[in-house]
Design a protein around this ligand. Sequence first.
Ligand SMILES: [Zn+2]
Length: 62
Amino acid sequence: MRKCIRCGAEMEENYTFTGGGGNVIRRKGSSGKAVYPKAAVCPKCGEVSIYVDEEQLKKLMD
Ligand SMILES: [Zn+2]
């Protein structure tokens, strides 16, 4: 569970980026692995938090 950094409310997770196949983040370096980050939205204040889920994080840091 993610908590909003602004107001402390519980955020809604697992939002995905759409359009153009979604945004990719890539680890530094030419052979850097790429993953698709997700977003969480705070239903109270609208804060958006971008994160990499556990499964993708493993892939990225492997
Ligand atoms: Zn909030």
